[in-house]
Design a protein around this ligand. Structure first.
Ligand code: MTE
Ligand code: MO
Length: 325
């Protein structure tokens, strides 16, 4: 992240996939589930529907694909999965983009999530028990990294508000602090002692219960890939990507504002709020435009990454805060 020049665009130059192609794949997956496996596999090329997949042993695989919530779609092509599954930020597995192989080492079952702090009753819950309780849906969201690249992803998961309701926070809780797993034997990046592991992020209660705040459990109609932050990852699309913490193991309800991982490293460059704003440059580069993964041309970045209607009200009267870095 501490890059001195714009990132190298070492990915094939192509346009993003039109929505239709992904939709057709979804239909095929449904068809395959209904027993027309043979027809589906011949449509997408010999045997590929039968090929081994990373989620074959995942007990939650049968839950996908889930129904799309049409309230959350984007007038932009969906990024091809083979691009954004091989171009990731996940510093636990290395401070470069090609971490997808290293991330396979992460064992996402069993996976226990702790909910503690200012709640009626602290609890530990297994990811599959949580999945069984939560209302799963698919949403297509934009994602804008602070490094000025972007993607558009069909996430599956549930509103963070549903987890907040399950947690039953006390009236005194003002923030949720979230933490990623800690296991340096699996994630060698965590041996780099100068980083403030475990990766930590935070939201205010108002942000966390905003309709857009989403906990991701799946990508592209299947369980989330490790590199995207399996088995449970945040998506807060109006904020820079680093707020969307991956592979979460803890939700801590507190009255103290959490210090985020990147805020701890370089607070003048990566703040707590980190809302997307094209008019507020990063100290070392402009945020005015972005490059969609796979596309040739840069496009203008939008205030709150295009989600002003849903979230601008959260920040009324807070103009004295550094809301945009
Ligand atoms: N635990 C953890 N979460 C993380 C990161 C990380 O390094 N570690 N990187 C963040 C950044 S900078 C971005 S842009 C997104 C990238 O998500 P993606 O790889 O699924 O595109 O994850 C965010 N969540
Ligand atoms: Mo990012």
């Amino acid at each position: 992240m501490l890059i001195k020049s714009p990132p190298a665009w070492n990915i094939p130059e192509r346009e993003t996939t039109p929505e239709g192609i992904y939709l057709n794949r979804r239909e095929m997956m449904k068809g395959a589930a209904a027993g027309t496996m043979l027809a589906a596999s011949s449509m997408i090329g010999a045997g590929s529907a039968l090929a081994a997949q990373p989620w074959d042993d995942d007990p939650s695989a049968k839950l996908y694909p889930v129904a799309r919530n049409e309230a959350y779609t984007v007038a932009r092509g969906i990024t091809p999965e083979d691009l954004n599954s091989k171009y990731n930020n996940f510093y636990e597995f290395g401070s470069h983009k090609q971490i997808f192989r290293a991330a396979r080492r992460l064992n996402v079952r069993p996976w226990t999530i702790k909910i503690d702090g200012m709640v009626e009753k602290e609890m530990e819950i297994d990811i599959d028990d949580l999945l069984a309780k939560m209302p799963l849906e698919e949403r297509v969201y934009r994602h804008r990294c602070v490094e000025a690249w972007s993607m558009t992803i069909p996430w599956s998961g549930f509103a963070l508000k549903a987890l907040v309701d399950l947690a039953a926070p006390l009236g005194s809780a003002k923030y949720i602090e979230m933490k990623t797993f800690m296991d340096p034997d699996v994630a060698s990046g965590q041996k780099q002692f100068w980083y403030p592991w475990a990766y930590t992020e935070g939201l205010t209660m108002a942000e966390a219960t905003n309709e857009l705040a989403f906990l991701v459990t799946g990508t592209y109609g299947h369980p989330a890939l490790n590199q995207h932050g399996a088995p449970l990852r945040l998506a807060v699309p109006w904020k820079y990507g680093f707020k969307s913490i991956k592979s979460i193991v803890q939700f801590h309800f507190t009255d103290k504002r959490p210090t985020s991982f990147w805020e701890d490293i370089a607070g003048k460059e990566y703040g707590f709020w980190a809302n997307v704003n094209p008019d507020v440059p990063h100290p070392r580069w402009s945020q005015a435009t972005e490059r969609a993964l796979g596309a040739d041309k840069r496009v203008p970045t939008l205030i709150y990454n295009g989600y002003a209607e849903q979230v601008a009200g959260l920040y009324k009267g807070m103009e004295s805060e550094s809301l945009f870095m």
